[in-house]
Design a protein around this ligand. Structure first.
Ligand SMILES: NC(=O)c1ccc[n+]([C@@H]2O[C@H](COP(=O)([O-])OP(=O)(O)OC[C@H]3O[C@@H](n4cnc5c(N)ncnc54)[C@H](O)[C@@H]3O)[C@@H](O)[C@H]2O)c1
Ligand SMILES: [Zn+2]
Length: 363
């Protein structure tokens, strides 16, 4: 037997631009991408109503023809059927390997667009134009995409970096406040993980965020991206340090699943999950600065729940947690807070998980 090694050196760079009313600029950049004359835009019915025509007009003015793919709105369409429909449309429109796919929408559209772009003709250029706050600070950064299977959420997908993420903050003007709140949960999580000053900045500016002050939101998005970027650049394929971004998520996923993904939204569940993580860290004596009160105030200001719904059975919740993918061979791994801006990894062995979890439920 003989063996050879083949080492690949492919690296990718995701340019991220943030601004106000930047559709014209985005069209210019798409045009400069291998002098694209043809592209596809993936969006949904809600976002299309506001932003499809303005984007098409800018692309047209640069001589770019766009194939429009408009899906119905909703997480339930983040599935294989939508991917089939998108691929069929790309074929019908004869898109070649150099033609970019622009995903214009929230996290659902970014995830679907990323997945479709990564597999069509083994990969076409991807442009993400996130339109929800959550997609701006989270889903559009880091190169993860995916769809839900009947067996569970986000079970199929790829890592595929966009060539361009273009964030037009002004589109947040039409985003409902409840959706703003879900984005804020991920943003405050970024502060809680890595940046005390940012954490306090969000707490100080609740009113301005609710009033959607565009310059302030731009600062917020910039700082969140900076933090997410620092974790994903070091750990693109999610084998290590990227796990810190899961603060509140292991508890949160159990809550979401326990409510069949209908009772609690992901953002609501993660907010409660962060409070549970604070409780767990405090019981371990590892919390040097307790910020539960501040976090509770923030969640309340955004009309988000701060308690586990009373109808949830805690033993059932524990079972759901036990099925979660974060279980490692020798137990469970949690990301817990130490102080604003600082988290640590805590392992809980299988025989201790019940006590640990039931205690964390006492928020
Ligand atoms: N890939 C990742 O790293 C990553 C990270 C976090 C979340 N996600 C995924 O993102 C999804 C959640 O994203 P989301 O919260 O943006 O949900 P979403 O895409 O369903 O958008 C939320 C709602 O807001 C509407 N909307 C979006 N932008 C709007 C605008 N500017 N004006 C008016 N309405 C607008 C949408 O049509 C939708 O009704 C989930 O599927 C989740 O799994 C992915
Ligand atoms: Zn999340």
């Amino acid at each position: 037997m003989e063996s050879q090694k083949l080492t690949y050196t492919r690296t990718s760079t995701n340019e991220i631009v943030i601004g106000n009313d930047i559709f014209k600029e985005v069209a210019g950049r798409v045009h400069r991408m291998r002098a694209a004359k043809h592209c596809a835009i993936l969006t949904n019915e809600t976002v299309a109503k506001w932003y499809l025509q303005p984007l098409l007009a800018e692309l047209r003015s640069k001589g770019i023809k766009a194939c429009e793919i408009i899906l119905p709105d909703g997480e339930k369409y983040k599935n294989l059927e939508s991917i089939s429909a998108v691929l069929a449309k790309l074929c019908a429109d004869n898109l070649d390997r150099n033609c970019p796919l622009i995903a214009l929408g929230g996290g659902v559209i970014c995830d679907l667009g990323g997945f479709a772009a990564s597999i069509f003709k083994r990969g076409i250029p991807l442009v993400l134009m996130p339109t929800s706050l959550l997609a701006m600070v989270d889903a559009s950064i880091g190169g993860k995409n995916g769809i839900n299977l009947s067996e569970g959420k986000n079970l199929a997908g790829t890592f595929y970096q966009p060539v361009l993420t273009a964030i037009d903050v002004s589109v947040l003007r039409t985003l409902p406040l409840s959706q703003m709140a879900y984005g804020i949960v991920e943003a405050v999580k970024h502060g809680a993980i890595a940046d005390t000053a940012y954490f306090r900045f969000i707490l100080k500016n609740i009113d301005a965020i609710k009033a959607k002050q565009i310059t302030l939101l731009q600062r917020l998005i910039r700082r969140s991206i900076h933090i997410k970027k620092s974790f994903v650049a070091e750990d693109e394929l999610d084998h290590g340090i990227r796990a810190h971004l899961n603060l509140g998520h292991t508890f949160g996923h159990a809550l979401e699943a326990a409510g069949n993904y209908r009772r609690l939204h992901h953002g609501e569940a993660v907010g409660i999950g962060m409070l549970m993580a604070l409780k767990a860290a405090s019981s371990l004596g590892k919390l040097t600065e307790d910020y539960s009160e501040n976090l509770t105030r923030l969640l309340t200001e955004f009309s988000l729940p701060t308690k586990i719904p009373v109808e949830f059975d805690r033993k059932e919740l524990l079972k759901t947690l036990a099925q979660d993918k974060k279980k490692v061979d020798d137990g469970y791994r949690f990301i817990l807070p130490e102080a604003p801006g600082k988290t640590f990894v805590h392992k809980v062995s299988s025989d201790k998980i019940e006590d640990f979890f039931l205690n964390a439920c006492n928020i």
